[in-house]
Each structure stands twice: as C-alpha cells, then as structure tokens.
Design a protein around this ligand. Structure first.
Ligand code: ADP
Length: 476
C-alpha cells in the first residue's frame, strides 16, 4: 500500500517513499509513505486556505453529516482499522480495536457538537444596546500528531477542527502513516468539499516545520515531545499563530497504606505497562507509603512478570513491542542510568522472540529518589519507578515535585485524602482508584506545567482552540 498525500481532493504521488515497518516483526513492511517536500506542504496549505471560507459558511447539518459519516464508517470497520493500528504501532489487538472505536466515537461526539454551537447574549451597560458573543472558525489549522495513538489523536484534532468550521492540513507521525492514511481515505469520501481536509506525509523537521512557519496557517495543534513542542511554540509566537501543545508526562501514582492492594496493583499494572507504557499519561512514578510499600512491590512485581509479551497481533498477548529500535535503545539506556544512580532494576531485559521485533520485558525500578533521572525525565516505555514516602503529605509533595503536570493518581479508601489530592495535585487530570492513563472523550484532556500549553483538547472545551470569539454591539 502506498500512502499518498491528499491535497485539494487529489491523491498526489511524490517520488520518495518511506517504509512502514511492523515493530512486532520487522520483516513485515506494511506500506510506504510519501516523503513530501516543502512545495507539497505549500500546495496543501494553499488548498486549505482556498477552501476555508466555503466550509466556514457550511450549515451545521452539512458539518454533522460529514462527521457522522466518518464516525459511522470507523465504527463499522473498527476490527480492520484496529488490526492495522496494532500492526504498525505495536499495541495489542484489543487495544488497537479499542482505539479505533474511540476514534469513531470522537467523530460522533463532534458531529453532535456541530448542532450545539452556542453563543452568549448579554445585556449591555448602555441603554438600548444589545451585545452578542459568538464563535467563528479560526481559519486554516495545522495538525501535527505522534505515533502512540495513531488514529485517536488525529481524530480528536480533526473532528473538532472540522466541526467548528476550519480547514485542515495534517502532518501525521512518520512511524504510523497507515492509520492516518486510512482516516484520510474515509474523510475523502465523506462529502466534505475538496480541499477542506489535506494530509501531507513526511519528516517533521521538513514539512512539519514548514507548516508551523507558514503565514497562511492560522493555528497549530501539536502532540509530541517537549523539545519539539517548545520549538513549535517559539515559531508560532514569531508568526502570531494560535498554538496548542500536548507533550510529556512523568505521572505520579500515589498508593497509601489504606489502599485496596489488589486494586492498586491492577491500576499500576495497567497505568505503567499497557500500550507498552507508550502513553503520555502512563503511571511512571509509583509513590508508595511505608506501611504498604513492600507488599505492593512484591505483588506488582509478580503481576508484571506474569504479563505475556509478544507479537501485538497474537491472541492472549498483554504487551506488544516497543515502537522502534531507537525507542527500545532509549528505554534500555534509562534502565542502565537508573541502576548507576542507585535504583534496583527488576525485569527490563531486551527479548529475542521467534520474529525479530523491538521487544523488552516490562521493568520496575525500586528504591529510587525523586532527583534521579528516571524520576525527572519521560522514558516513554514499559518502565515504572517506585518511590517510598513516609506518609500522605510526603507522597503529595513528591507527586508535585516534577516539571510535568499531565495526570496524577491516588489509590486510597480515605475520602478525606482523595478529596485533598484532587484539590492539591498539580496536574490537569486527577484519578482516584484508577490508572493515570485512560480517559473519556467528552471531557477536557490536558495538563499543567511543562506538559501542555494553550487551550485544552476534547469535549466541548475544544471550542476554545478551534474558534475565535467575536463580540458584536447593536443599537437597533
Ligand atoms: P517523537 O520523538 O515521539 O517522534 P516528536 O515530537 O519528534 O516526538 O514528533 C511528534 C510529531 O512532531 C511528529 O509528527 C513529528 O514528525 C513532528 N515534528 C518533529 N519535528 C518537528 C518540527 N521541527 N516541526 C514540526 N513538527 C515536527
């Protein structure tokens, strides 16, 4: 399969192509993606710019019909799309199918939002004057997406962008072009006018950077790493674009003495290792109070070592491979550093299985301090560290001692502690007796501190980013 760019309604071939390799079995090349140049990006932006006024004027019914079509088709094909997702990204098949279904639900939610767009009508402070506050589309939005949720993240950016009347140019992640292409192909048959949605495959440093610098792009929504996000924020400030960034996490999960042990182990196993730990909301710092620490570590170690690691597409597999060789090397090198800094590493060996892929055993690093690199920097793999805390107060202080602030969790049976934690955890999302990862799609997603920048994504809060507010005064 050749993944071609979609520009102005045409599937467009470029000469160079890049292989899409299955991380569970590197002999399996799923397809090849266009390696576009800046001229391709220019054409996509021109196409979106020309199509933007027409889509901004489209009726809510027309927008609803397009989004509803896309959502329905994704849901009907969730098994096939989920299989493609697992094959190119490496999360297990149930996770892949679940994510595909999520993408469909997101389109359905925003189809509904097309019909629910509201404004405010206020009394003026001046006699006889009427004041209306309405929302208008931003114009051309550039979407830059990562590989770890290759269909859900594109969906949660594309669906609100279109629902609120914007034209789109999307630059998907290099490692997962298949899902992005499949989504673009569905959109191309949805009745959306040509040119409103464009997709350009290629290198972030080439076509992504060009999009971010381009004067005809009005807003950029990005999910990815902190250094790339920081560069994008600077570029957007230079050209005065609206910008929304979702970046990393170093998410704490506090386990208190009064926690239900089985529930805490299950939440941490899921939060740390599901999706091979490749979630920005992964539970990567497990902060455990003294009275339960040893029992918790023993039970989590046993559960972790029982996880079945293997080919993402095989039945019964609980953890697939790491996404690529570079990420695998980074994970293993963080474990080496953690050991050198005094942590005790359990598991984490590179694994050779029947098919050649990027496999490793999940790892727990115990007896760590919060100033160790393993607790400061995002690993983005199946690696969690354990920190000891004297009591709740120390656990909360450790949880908040991070440059990140995406998600924070607590396992406790104390309503008082849970309420206190919800109020005082420095994170955009707080979970009580639930993994730090795993969110609903109809409520805001995003963090504080170095994790996020700009308006929140998802739910009706997405309107903050994908619209501009206009205030109109009338003297009838
Ligand atoms: P990762 O290291 O996980 O790949 P990145 O932040 O590098 O995370 O990538 C996230 C997305 O950002 C990808 O689609 C990538 O191509 C894109 N990207 C990378 N560098 C740039 C850049 N300089 N400008 C715009 N987009 C970029």
């Amino acid at each position: 399969m050749d993944y071609k760019n979609l520009i102005a309604g045409q599937w467009d071939a470029t000469s160079e192509a890049c292989p899409n390799v299955n991380p569970s079995d590197v002999s399996d090349v799923i397809g090849t993606a266009a390696q576009s140049d800046t001229a391709d990006m220019d054409r996509a932006i021109d196409s979106a710019s020309a199509a933007a006024p027409g889509w901004a004027a489209a009726t809510p019914q027309m927008r609803f019909d397009v989004l509803d079509f896309v959502g329905s088709e994704i849901l009907a094909r969730k098994a096939e799309l989920g299989q493609l997702l697992s094959r190119e990204e490496g999360k297990t098949l149930p996770e892949g199918i679940g994510e595909a279904a999520r993408a469909g639900q997101i389109f359905k939610f925003f189809a509904g939002e097309c019909l629910r767009q509201t404004g405010d009508r206020l009394a003026s402070v001046r006699p006889g004057v009427e004041v209306d506050v309405t929302r208008a589309p931003v114009g051309v939005v550039g979407l830059i997406t990562p590989w770890n949720f290759p269909i859900a993240i594109p969906a949660w950016k594309i669906a609100p962008a279109l629902a609120y009347g914007n034209a789109v140019v999307m630059k998907p992640a290099e490692l997962t072009p298949g899902c992005a292409w499949a989504l673009a192909e569905i959109i191309s048959r949805s009745g959306l006018p040509e040119g409103v949605f464009n997709i350009v495959f290629g290198k972030g440093s080439v076509v992504g950077q060009h999009m971010v610098d381009h004067p005809k792009v009005d807003a950029v929504s990005f999910t990815g790493s902190v250094p790339t996000g920081r560069g994008i924020a600077v570029a957007c400030a230079r050209s005065m674009k609206k910008v929304q960034l979702e970046m990393g996490g170093k998410n704490p999960m506090v386990v208190l003495d009064d926690a239900d042990l089985d529930l805490a182990v299950e939440a941490c196993l899921n939060g740390a290792f599901y999706s091979t730990g490749q979630r920005c909301t992964a539970s990567s710092r497990l902060i455990v109070t003294d009275g339960i620490h040893d029992r918790f570590v023993a039970a989590l170690t046993k559960a972790m070592q029982g996880l079945k690691v293997g080919n993402a597409l095989e039945a019964g597999i609980q953890m697939g491979p790491v996404v690529d060789a570079r990420q695998l090397e980074q994970n293993l090198s963080y474990l080496k550093i953690a050991a050198e800094e005094g942590g005790t590493v359990i598991g984490g060996e590179g694994l050779s299985l029947a098919q050649e892929g990027f496999y490793m055993a999940p790892a727990l690093v115990t007896e760590t301090r919060n100033d160790m690199r393993i607790n400061r920097e995002e690993v983005f793999g199946p690696v969690a560290s354990v920190l000891r805390a004297r009591d709740y107060d120390e656990a909360l202080a450790l949880a908040n001692d991070s440059t990140f602030g995406l998600s924070a969790g607590i396992c406790t049976t104390s309503l008082k502690r849970a309420s206190h934690f919800k109020a005082h955890a420095e994170a955009g999302m707080v979970m009580v007796n639930l993994p730090t990862a795993g969110v609903d799609y109809h409520v805001p997603f995003g963090g504080t501190k170095g994790s996020s920048y700009g308006a929140r994504e998802q739910g009706s809060y997405a309107a903050e980013f994908y619209t501009r507010v206009k205030t109109a005064y009338t003297l009838p």
